[in-house]
Design a protein around this ligand. Structure first.
Ligand code: PMT
Length: 400
């Protein structure tokens, strides 16, 4: 999502300036081109060379610097931005912007840009609560500037309360949202993700290798593109994405109950979860003890097919399934598409390197009821998620 995007990162003078280094690293890793502007006081906290080395571009610090003015200049810096992120943003820079003061490179560039501007404030709790500061923030919000709320906790100044810079990962997520087209506004996207756990006894279960990465990527992409997202997830090690309605479940039966409930609100359903097809016929109340000799035979019963149940009642909703196969990919996926009454199936051969379970990339094929097959190359799960949502929009625009 950030590939090829130009972000101007403004760093103001606050102890949280060191966290901007991590933010810059995340932006660069996500493929963005980043230009850093620092205030004089920011340079008291972190040396410009750190940002210069990580961004691969000169750091801009002076309004009247002949070299920088010739090479880029504050106006061209403002013009080239797809997004201007000020993190940390101090009460001083926010106050100056709210009052129309532009007396240094930072405030001049903020005033001159037509790109969206995101302020990520970080300051002492009493400064943040000060009505003068709050008035400035409100004024800027009314003028279309974006703000993130500071986190609460122990502050470097010794006080406890609101004022901490949010985690750079969260700033990255907000950046992605602001840079995304809001083309899914009005849609409610229900995503299922992760594995299910089918309990054998209090200490054992049957499950699979799903990490949830694919489904969580879809949930984030849907949120970024303006949809209301409901994420029903089996147990994973992932953080639930901010801004998404998160429903944790464990077994297939639990996932079914929650999914059928959420179906009422959903306009798009994307079932990337790896649901166990079978569960133990009985769950022992106590730990099954090892017998002296012989094997243990577990009897399994079929779990309900949630996707097929949804297919039977989907109405005008767009229903997307996944197919995880280890051979005959296309024919198995085609049969699931028809049998489960889907609008789209995303087929992945989970035996391929860089595809399927517990990796950051996937290699998928889109199959639709009109018989078309679209083969996608290996790409990150975030990119697959974006392409999948493009496809959903295509189906919607074709009249579904
Ligand atoms: O989570 P990751 O580590 O990122 O891995 C991603 C993934 C491999 C899990 C994902 O890309 C994927 O393929 N998900 C579907 C896995 C799966 O269960 O496939 P299936 O072919 O068994 O099921 C077909 C479809 O029916 C799926 O949409 C599944 O959610 C659904 N299903 C299956 C069984 C069942 N009882 N109820 C269902 O709803």
């Amino acid at each position: 999502m950030l590939k090829g995007k130009k972000i101007v990162l403004g760093v103001c003078g606050g102890i949280a300036a060191y966290k901007s280094v991590e933010l810059l690293r995340l932006y660069v890793k996500a493929g963005a081109e980043v230009f850093v502007v620092m205030t004089r006081s920011a340079m008291e906290f972190v040396a410009p060379l750190t940002f210069q080395t990580l961004s691969g571009s000169p750091v801009h610090t002076d309004l009247f610097n002949l070299y920088q003015e010739r090479e880029i200049g504050h106006i061209s810096l403002a013009d080239r931005a797809d997004l201007f992120v000020i993190a940390p943003a101090t009460a001083n820079v926010i106050g100056k912007t709210a009052s129309g003061i532009s007396d240094d490179l930072m405030t001049t560039t903020i005033m001159a840009t037509r790109a969206p501007v995101l302020f990520v404030p970080s300051m002492n709790v009493n400064m943040w609560e000060n009505p003068i500061y709050q008035r400035n923030e409100t004024r800027l919000k009314e003028s279309g500037y974006h703000f993130m709320e500071p986190d609460s906790g122990f502050l470097a100044c010794g006080w406890e309360g609101k004022g901490k810079l949010p985690d750079p990962q969260r700033i990255l997520e907000e950046t992605r949202r602001l840079l995304s087209p809001q083309d899914l506004k009005g849609e409610t996207v229900l995503v299922t993700a992760g594995p299910t756990r089918e309990k054998i006894d209090p200490v054992r279960f049957l499950s699979n290798f799903s990490s949830g990465k694919m489904g969580y990527a879809v949930a984030r992409a849907g949120r970024d593109r303006g949809a209301r997202v409901i994420l029903i997830s089996g147990p994973t090690a992932l953080e639930p994405p901010a801004g998404v309605e998160f429903i944790p479940v464990s077994s297939a039966l639990e996932m079914r109950d929650k999914a059928l409930e959420a179906l009422q609100d959903a306009t798009v359903i994307i079932k990337s979860a790896a649901v166990a097809d079978y569960r133990p016929a009985e769950t022992a109340d106590r730990k099954i003890k090892k017998e002296k000799k012989g094997d243990l035979v577990l009897q399994l019963v079929r779990n309900p097919d949630i996707l097929a149940e949804m297919g039977a009642v989907k109405g005008g909703r767009i229903l997307v399934g996944f197919a995880a196969e280890t051979g005959d990919l296309q024919s198995y996926a085609q049969s699931k598409l028809e049998r489960k009454n889907l609008d789209l199936i995303v087929a992945n051969d989970v035996t391929l390197e860089g595809a399927g379970f517990d990796v950051d990339t996937n290699i998928v094929h889109f199959l639709t009821p009109d018989g078309r097959v679209e083969d996608l190359p290996r790409m990150t799960k975030d990119e697959v998620a974006q392409r999948l949502l493009d496809k959903v929009l295509e189906i919607r625009r074709a009249g579904k």
